[in-house]
Design a protein around this ligand. Structure first.
Ligand SMILES: [Zn+2]
Length: 235
């Protein structure tokens, strides 16, 4: 089935609005193309059809993961970013919990469009992102675009702790996940860059929270109060 042209504004909250121009196998698609030349190229039907075919594979993979995680939602919106300067990816849910919005950095390799991630991380990335959506849909975390990486150090730290819960639950379910060691490494690396820097963020800090949170179903409020108690201790 060739994609249908659509014109839907997906409002995910906090002023985040995405124009979806295509519908492919039930997914609303928006594109952010890095430069106009690429855009013109994509407008040529042959190239566009190829892109659509490649996206169908990704959509199939996302649908499988949604099924595995028991995610049921009326709509999925996929934002494909071809901008190498903007690598941010995330998965959020709109306020009414009707749309799972997945933003993915994309890359074209040998004429094929795919998610810009190492091949051995591909499956994990989709499971990881949809776990965020699952927690929002099931009410443990707020829906709408409040948790966007890099915008708020407080929320970034909460997201780091959230990852211990996510990866542990994926591990327990026998699904693609990161190892405990890897998660510490990545979150520590990420948190060290937070501004203003926080001196209580150490490897030991993350180890403590990983042991506490690994594989547990947690809520946004629980993580928030864990961090605020910690700050009180340090003052
Ligand atoms: Zn994440």
């Amino acid at each position: 089935m060739y994609p249908q042209s659509i014109d839907i504004e997906v409002d995910v909250g906090d002023g985040l609005i995405f124009d979806c121009m295509e519908e492919i196998n039930g997914f609303w698609i928006s594109f952010d193309l890095f430069d106009i030349e690429e855009f013109e190229l994509l407008e040529r039907v042959r190239v566009k059809r190829k892109l659509i075919d490649d996206l169908k594979w990704i959509i199939k993979d996302v649908k499988k993961v949604a099924k595995d995680l028991n995610i049921q939602v009326p709509h999925f919106a996929l934002a494909c970013y071809f901008n190498p300067l903007n690598r941010v990816l995330y998965c959020i849910v709109d306020k009414r919990k009707e749309i799972v919005y997945l933003r993915l950095p994309m890359v074209i390799v040998d004429g094929y469009t795919t998610i810009d991630v190492d091949a051995d991380e591909y499956d994990h990335l989709i499971y990881h992102e949809l776990m965020h959506a699952k927690d929002c849909l099931e009410g443990r975390f707020p829906s709408c675009g409040v948790i966007i990486p890099g915008e708020n150090p407080e929320l970034d730290l909460i997201t780091s702790l959230w990852h211990f819960s996510i990866e542990g639950r994926l591990e327990r379910s026998g699904l693609p996940h990161r190892s405990r060691e890897k998660v510490i490494e990545i979150e520590y690396e990420w948190a060290r860059e937070l501004k203003p820097s926080k001196n209580y963020i150490t490897n030991e800090f993350f180890e403590k929270f990983r042991n506490k949170l690994w594989g547990k179903e947690v809520t946004f409020e629980e993580l928030q109060s864990l961090l605020s108690n910690l700050r009180k201790d340090k003052v």
